[in-house]
Design a protein around this ligand. Structure first.
Ligand code: MFK
Length: 546
């Protein structure tokens, strides 16, 4: 019995999350903060229930049944209990609807819910993210008919009328290079557009609608000629026959999420706007789903660290609890500092998104949001893998054993760096953003966030690293290859600087309220270094790959 160990317990994800509590206390007016409490508390309860349920039941995957016993094509997908509860939890706690309220704080209030719901939902948040993105893209399109038809469903607070929407972009010819999309849009004799093609990753196949890219028949090749269409997938209780599910994917993680390969065989479709520039039209959706990605990545970090910390207080080794062992405590604190910085960045883009959408933002903040969105997505995606891996190690061998529920954290985290644009695609997107005023906006905003901060070492490290980034951008202004090869290093550097400056803002506020932890997180995070700039050497790259 010597090796019998206490299982880690999940601390209440809302009541015990000091980063979330401090953020909401700082950023929200008191009345809005108070109004949010009940939903967040309930979502925290649900997360604890889901963790206990997962620990005591055999995990299941969705099952696709393509044919019934009598030879009818049915394409029925059986879902896990968390997925079956998804619409009820989402609508009861206004997870999506909150983000489309009439306040500049709406997005922050939405993403606080998302953060708490994400892991308990078993990645039901993936189609929720796309539904949110679809709602945003529809609003941006100004297409009154589609807005009136779909938005009441997407933002419903009633499970019986709630619809999920997908985002059908990826094809086996295209992947990240969406311009290679082969799906064709044809107008039939009645003037109805119909889509024909194959979508290779569809994560909302159980939804009722989707936004899909297609090339109007006869249009030119390339991304600019693609158009963005709205489709519906159901005819009453039955899936439309023009939508065929070929199979569910067998993935490394996110097993409860039924990601499918599908065929469109003349599925009726409605263009959102002009019959071109679909990528530009879908960009507002991508920036929303990338925000979800960042917030969900920090939710995974919080879960991994929360469990590792709890376990460190229970597990005795070498005569002491792990938490009292200096190197273990150091490791956990290092993880906590990185997490707090990532948390600050992810929620800053959430809050900024709401400010921009409600015309409460300055032009500087709008430019800043355009840059911080890819930075937050790419950096939190990578960090989630690193921290979940480190957290598993904190459990020793138990972290490698499936029925502890811990390996799933790492497997699932790997997806954050891939979907919604890989680290490299997002690094190149941040270069795209830097062609505007966004770097100047980052410097000016950082100066504001650092105002009143008394950690002179952190302040000077952030300023010096931003100066170094500015020099790097100047040096590589012309040489496109070097700039692209170094884009990842630049992106990590800017993400770390922005996060540090945001932590400094939180530290100043928290110190005034008697809380020293964010200041310690800032010191530790800056101590890990901010500068990740590289000067690529094309000759060495060729030698290494030759
Ligand atoms: C639990 C968390 C939930 C998360 C949800 C998970 C859902 C998972 C499902 C998926 O994974 S869906 C697939 C995800 N796929 C991608 O994210 C695509 C990756 N590729 C890119 O992001 C490319 O950068 C992109 C296709 C968007 C653009 O590449 P292109 O074809 O080279 O386009 P181009 O010419 O650079 O840009 C076209 C226009 O869009 C330009 O505007 P203009 O036409 O006015 O010049 C760009 O400025 C604009 N644009 C591109 N990205 C933008 C943007 N505008 C604003 N924001 C952006 N991010």
């Amino acid at each position: 019995m010597g090796f019998l160990q206490d299982a880690p317990q999940l601390p209440h994800p809302y009541r015990n999350d000091r980063s979330l509590l401090a953020l909401l206390d700082r950023a929200l007016p008191a009345d809005r903060r108070a109004a949010l409490d009940a939903d967040l508390d309930a979502l925290g309860d649900y997360a604890q229930m889901a963790w206990r349920r997962a620990s005591t039941t055999t995990r299941r995957k969705p099952v696709l049944t393509q044919w019934d016993a009598w030879g009818q094509r049915v394409d029925r997908v059986e879902l896990t209990p968390a997925w079956q509860e998804g619409a009820a939890i989402t609508t009861r706690h206004a997870v999506l609807a909150a983000g489309h309220g009439d306040s500049e704080h709406a997005r922050l209030e939405e993403f606080a819910r998302v953060y708490l719901y994400h892991l308990a939902s078993e990645f039901y948040t993936c189609p929720l993210a796309m539904t949110d993105g679809a709602a945003t893209a529809l609003k941006a399109s100004g297409n009154r008919w589609l807005i009136e038809r779909a938005l009441p469903h997407f933002l419903s607070r009633d499970a019986s009328t709630f619809w999920l929407s997908g985002q059908w972009m990826t094809e086996n010819t295209g992947g990240s290079d969406v311009g290679n999309t082969e799906t064709v849009a044809r107008e039939d004799a009645s003037g109805q557009w119909r889509l024909y093609g194959r979508k290779w990753f569809s994560s909302a196949v159980v939804g009722e609608a989707a936004l899909a890219l297609g090339r109007p028949e006869g249009a030119a090749v390339g991304a600019a000629a693609l158009a963005l269409f709205y489709v519906e997938t159901m005819d009453g209780e039955r899936r439309k026959p023009e939508l065929v599910i070929d199979r569910l994917k067998d993935k490394l993680g996110t097993h409860e999420l039924p990601t499918a390969e599908i065929h469109l065989e003349g599925l009726p479709a409605w263009p959102l706007g002009e019959l071109a520039h679909g990528v530009r039209q879908v960009a507002s959706m991508l920036n929303v789903t990338r925000t979800w990605n960042a917030v969900c990545a920090v939710a995974s970090m919080a879960r991994a660290i929360g469990l590792a910390r709890d376990y460190a207080m229970r597990r005795q080794a070498f005569g002491h609890p792990l938490i009292e062992q200096p190197l273990h405590a150091q490791t956990l604190a290092d993880m906590q500092a990185e997490f707090e910085a990532a948390f600050a960045l992810a929620f800053e883009i959430a809050h900024l998104l709401g400010r921009v959408e409600h015309d409460a933002a300055t032009p500087q903040e709008a430019a800043l949001l355009r840059l911080l969105t890819p930075l937050a997505k790419l950096w939190t995606g990578k960090l989630a893998v690193k921290l979940c891996s480190e957290a598993l190690e904190c459990f020793g061998g138990a972290g490698y054993i499936e029925d502890t529920g811990l390996p799933q954290l790492l497997r699932d985290a790997q997806v954050y760096a891939i979907w919604e644009g890989t680290t490299n695609v997002l690094s190149l997107d941040s270069l795209r953003a830097l062609t505007g005023d966004s770097f100047a906006a980052l410097r000016a905003s950082s100066a504001i966030w650092l105002d009143g901060n008394d950690d002179m070492h952190a302040t000077s490290a952030i300023r010096q690293t931003l100066d170094a980034a500015a020099r790097w951008l100047d040096q590589h202004a012309i040489a496109r290859d070097t700039r692209e090869a170094g884009a990842r290093g630049l992106a990590f550097t800017l993400a770390r600087c922005a996060s540090a400056a945001l932590l400094a803002r939180q530290a100043s506020w928290s110190r005034r309220h008697g809380e020293q932890r964010p200041a310690a997180a800032l010191r530790r995070f800056v101590g890990h270094g901010l500068d990740r700039l590289v000067t690529p050497d094309a000759g060495d790259t060729a030698l290494l790959l030759g």
